[in-house]
Design a protein around this ligand. Structure first.
Ligand code: HDE
Length: 711
C-alpha cells in the first residue's frame, strides 16, 4: 500500500513555488490566455459613445476587482507573517511520540503569523493590545498549529464568553469608535463585571501590550495540552516561545507617536529584518507536568486565566524556530493562512480546558466564512506536506481532479482504499481519558480565584514597570465616560494592589470606593461575586516570579537596533567612522538623518548618502542617537528645531544618546535635558559604552528627569 510521502523544509518551499507566478518578461493575457492589446480603454459605440455589454475584457477585469477582498478576521485581523523552520535540540520521546519532538535531524517548515486582536486589517501596529502568535508546523505526520498569544493567559475561562469579550472591546456599534483601542466604556463595563478578565487585563496594561518589535515578544500556547508517548502515557504540557533578542517594549508616548509616524512599524520591522538576513529566532520551551501532579497546584491547570510560575515548573528549552523568508504575496499567504486548533499530530492532544474546547469549534467555522469553502485546506499555504487521501469531495473551488468511482468507506471497488492505518503505524487516536460525569452548565470551583495571579504579576514587576501600569490604567479609565464603571474598576484594582488603585484614582480625580454596588451586579446577573473570587485574601504561593518582569528577559545583543546619526555638512569623519564601524559590527542599523535629502559632505570632503531628511522621519522610529562632532555640522543642526525635538524625545523615552564633545553645544539648546550623571547619555565615550547602553534598551532611571521634557 502507498504510504503518505514525506517531505522536508525545502520541499515545502518548492511546493509553494509551484503555485507562485513570476510575471516578468510575459505578455498580458485574459484569464483564458487570450493575448490583449489594450487594457486602458473599454469597448465603446463610437469615440464618445456608451460602453458595450459585449466587452468581455472589461467585465472580466472589473468582476475580479469587485471580489478581491475576503472578510477580514473577526479578531486578529491585522497581521504579519513569515516562513521559517523549527529544529529540535533533544528528543522528548520520554514524553511524546510526535515526530517533531523526537527526531532531531528534522528541519520542520513553519509559517508564523503575528497579529493584534481588536483592530481592523488597516489599523496601526502600536495599539495597546494582546499580540497573536500563531505557528503552523508542516510536520511529516500532518500539520500542527500552535495558535497562541504574547501573554501566557487569556481573559476568560469559558468559550461561551468570547463573543461578549470581543463585542465589548471592538468599536462601539452605534458609532464604530474607537478603532483598535480598549480605552472606552463598553470594554470596561465588561471587564469590571467579569473579574476573571483582570489577570490578562493587567498584562495588557503593562508594557507587554506595546512591544518594541514582533521579534522581541514571547509567545505562549496558553492552554494546558497533553503530550502522549508511545506507551500511551500522558503528561500535561504548556508551550513557551522565548525570543533570542529578549523582550522589549516602547513607552505609551512613543506608541501614540509611532502610530502616526509609521502605522506599519511592526510589519516593516519584521520584513526589513528578514530582508537584511537578520533572521528572528525564538526558542521553544515546555513546562511538563506528570498526570499525577494535576491537582498539586493552588490553581487549576485547565484554567486558561492562570499561568504556571516558572519557579514552580521550570521551562525546558527544547528547540528553536527561525524565520528566514518573507511571503511572496501578502494576500495568498498571510491573509489566506487558516489556523485550526484541530490541526494536531499523534503525540500531542487536548485537555478539557473549556476555552480550548470552544476554540476547537470556532476556528474551522470562521475559516468557512472567511475563505468561503470547506476546500480552504487546498490553498497552497494551508496544504500539508504529506499526501492527503480521503473520501471528501466537491464543494466550492475544488482544485483536485479526483479519479475513480469510490468516494466511500468501506469499499471493495476501489481496492478498499484509502484504507485505515494502525495506531502502532502512526495513526492519530485520542487519549483515552476516563469520563464519568453529569451534564452541567457551570464552572468548576477550582477556577474561582481571580485575584491572586494579577497580584503576583504586579508584585513581580520592577518599579518602572509598575509606574507604566499605573499610567496605563489612568489613561484607559480616563478615556471612559461612565463614572460607575470607573469606580467599579478602581474597586477591583484595589483588590489587586491598594497603592496602584490610589495612584489611578488620583489621576482620575476620584476616590477608591469602599465597596461595590452589589445589588446592581446581582440584578443583572454579573459574575462579580467578590467573596467567591477572594478579594483581600489572595493566595501567596510565590512572592515574586522573576520571568514576569521584562528586566530579567534581556540580552546583550543590539542586532537590528536602529541608530540615528544626526549630521550635516562638515561633520567629523574620524569620530563617525569609528562609531559606525563599531555599531555595524554588532549588526545594528546606522542611518544618517540630515537637514535635507540627497548627500552631505564630511570634514574630509567625502559625500555620504542621507538615509532620511529630518522632515521625513521621527525620533520614535529609532532606538538610539549618535551626534558626531564638527562645528559647521552642529551649527546647522542647531538651526532646525526638528533636530532639537528629535533629541528631546529620545531623551524623554529614556534612549541611549552618544555625542562627541562639540555636539554638547547642540544638546544645550534643548531645554531640560539633564545629561550629567545619566548613564545612557554618553559624551565622547568609547563606542563600547554606547553599545552596552543600547543593549539595556532604556535607562529607566531617567524617567523622573524625562518628565520635564515637553515634547
Ligand atoms: Fe482566537 N480566534 N479565539 N484565541 N485567535 C481567531 O480564527 C476564538 C483565543 C488567536 O493569525 C479566529 O482564523 C474563540 C485564545 C490567534 O490567523 C476565531 C476563542 C488565543 C488568532 C477565533 C478564542 C487565541 C485567533 C478569527 C475563545 C490564544 C489569529 C480568525 C474560545 C491562545 C490566527 C481565525 C491567525 C483567531 C476564535 C480564544 C489566539 C474567530 C471562540 C485563548 C493568534 O475563530
Amino acid at each position: 500500500m502507498k504510504k503518505p510521502t514525506k517531505k522536508n523544509t525545502s520541499e515545502k518551499a518548492e511546493a509553494l513555488k509551484q503555485n507562485t507566478k513570476d510575471h516578468t518578461s510575459t505578455e498580458l493575457t485574459s484569464r483564458q490566455g487570450l493575448r490583449v492589446n489594450d487594457t486602458n480603454n473599454s469597448l465603446k459605440a463610437g469615440e464618445r459613445g456608451s460602453t458595450l455589454l459585449e466587452d468581455f475584457l472589461l467585465r472580466e477585469k472589473i468582476t475580479n476587482f469587485d471580489h478581491e477582498r475576503i472578510p477580514e478576521r473577526i479578531v486578529h485581523a491585522r497581521g504579519s507573517a513569515a516562513h521559517g523552520y523549527f529544529e529540535l535540540y533533544e528528543s522528548l520521546e520520554k514524553y511524546t511520540k510526535a515526530g517533531i519532538f523526537t527526531d532531531t535531524s528534522r528541519k520542520t517548515p513553519v509559517f508564523t503569523r503575528f497579529s493584534t486582536v481588536a483592530g481592523s486589517k488597516g489599523s496601526p501596529d502600536l495599539a495597546r493590545d494582546v499580540r497573536g502568535f500563531a505557528v503552523k508546523f508542516y510536520t511529516q505526520e500532518g500539520t500542527w498549529d500552535l495558535v497562541g498569544n504574547n501573554m501566557p493567559i487569556f481573559f476568560i475561562q469559558d468559550a461561551m464568553k468570547f463573543p461578549d469579550l470581543i463585542h465589548s472591546v471592538k468599536p462601539e456599534p452605534d458609532r464604530e469608535i474607537p478603532q483598535a483601542a480598549s480605552a472606552h466604556d463598553t470594554f470596561y463595563d465588561f471587564v469590571s463585571l467579569t473579574t476573571e478578565t483582570l489577570h490578562n487585563h493587567i498584562w495588557v496594561m503593562s508594557d507587554r501590550g506595546i512591544p518594541r518589535s514582533l521579534r522581541m515578544m514571547e509567545g505562549f500556547g496558553i492552554h494546558t495540552f497533553r503530550f502522549i508517548n508511545d506507551q500511551g502515557i500522558s503528561h500535561f504540557v504548556r508551550f513557551h516561545w522565548k525570543p533570542k533578542l529578549g523582550v522589549h517594549s516602547v513607552t505609551w508616548d512613543e506608541a501614540v507617536k509611532i502610530n502616526g509616524a509609521d502605522p506599519d512599524f511592526h510589519r516593516r520591522d519584521l520584513w526589513d529584518a528578514i530582508e537584511a538576513e537578520q533572521y528572528p529566532e525564538w526558542e521553544l520551551g515546555v513546562q511538563i507536568i506528570p498526570e499525577e501532579d494535576e491537582h498539586k497546584f493552588e490553581f487549576d491547570l485547565l484554567d486558561p486565566t492562570k499561568l504556571i510560575p516558572e519557579e514552580m515548573v521550570p521551562v525546558k528549552i527544547v528547540g528553536k524556530m527561525t524565520l528566514n523568508r518573507n511571503p511572496d504575496n501578502f494576500f495568498a499567504e498571510t491573509e489566506q493562512v487558516a489556523f485550526l486548533l484541530g490541526n494536531i499530530v499523534p503525540g500531542i492532544d487536548f485537555t478539557n480546558d473549556p476555552l480550548l474546547q470552544g476554540r476547537l469549534f470556532s476556528y474551522r467555522d470562521t475559516q468557512l466564512s472567511r475563505l468561503g469553502s470547506p476546500n480552504f485546506h487546498q490553498i497552497p499555504i494551508n496544504q500539508p506536506i504529506v499526501d492527503v487521501h480521503n473520501n471528501q469531495r466537491d464543494a466550492h473551488m475544488q482544485m483536485t481532479i479526483h479519479k475513480g468511482k469510490t468516494a466511500y468507506f468501506p469499499n471493495t471497488l476501489g481496492g478498499g482504499c484509502p484504507h485505515l492505518s494502525k495506531i502502532s503505524e502512526g495513526a492519530f487516536h485520542s487519549y483515552h481519558e476516563r469520563i464519568d460525569a453529569k451534564k452541567i452548565r457551570s464552572r468548576s470551583e477550582s477556577f474561582n480565584d481571580h485575584f491572586s495571579q494579577p497580584a503576583l504579576f504586579y508584585r513581580s514587576l520592577e518599579q518602572w514597570e509598575k509606574n507604566h501600569v499605573a499610567d496605563a490604567y489612568t489613561f484607559e479609565l480616563g478615556k471612559c465616560e461612565n463614572e460607575p464603571i470607573k469606580k467599579r474598576m478602581l474597586w477591583l484594582i484595589q483588590q489587586i494592589d491598594e497603592d496602584l488603585a490610589e495612584q489611578v484614582a488620583t489621576g482620575l480625580g476620584l476616590k477608591v470606593p469602599n465597596t461595590i454596588d452589589k445589588p446592581i451586579n446581582q440584578a443583572i446577573g454579573a459574575d462579580v461575586d467578590v467573596e467567591k473570587h477572594q478579594p483581600g485574601k489572595k493566595k501567596m504561593y510565590l512572592k515574586k516570579s522573576k520571568p514576569l518582569s521584562q528586566t530579567h528577559i534581556r540580552t546583550t545583543s543590539i542586532a537590528t537596533r536602529q541608530i540615528a546619526v544626526l549630521a550635516s555638512d562638515g561633520f567629523k569623519m574620524d569620530d563617525f567612522k569609528t562609531m559606525k564601524e563599531a555599531l555595524q559590527k554588532e549588526n545594528a542599523i546606522v542611518k544618517i538623518i540630515a537637514p535635507h535629502g540627497g548627500t552631505i559632505s564630511c570634514d574630509q570632503g567625502m559625500k555620504h548618502k542621507v538615509d532620511a531628511s529630518i522632515m521625513t522621519t521621527e525620533s520614535v522610529l529609532f532606538d538610539a542617537i549618535y551626534i558626531p562632532g564638527g562645528k559647521t555640522s552642529i551649527d546647522s543642526l542647531c538651526k532646525k528645531s526638528k533636530f532639537i525635538k528629535f533629541v528631546a524625545e529620545a531623551f524623554k523615552h529614556c534612549k541611549a544618546i552618544a555625542v562627541d564633545n562639540e555636539a554638547i553645544e547642540f544638546v544645550k539648546t534643548t531645554k531640560n535635558i539633564e545629561y550629567t550623571d545619566d548613564k545612557a547619555f554618553l559624551i565622547d565615550k568609547d563606542p563600547k559604552e554606547f553599545i552596552s547602553a543600547i543593549a539595556k534598551h532604556r535607562n529607566w532611571d531617567r524617567e523622573k528627569a524625562a518628565k520635564k521634557i515637553a515634547v
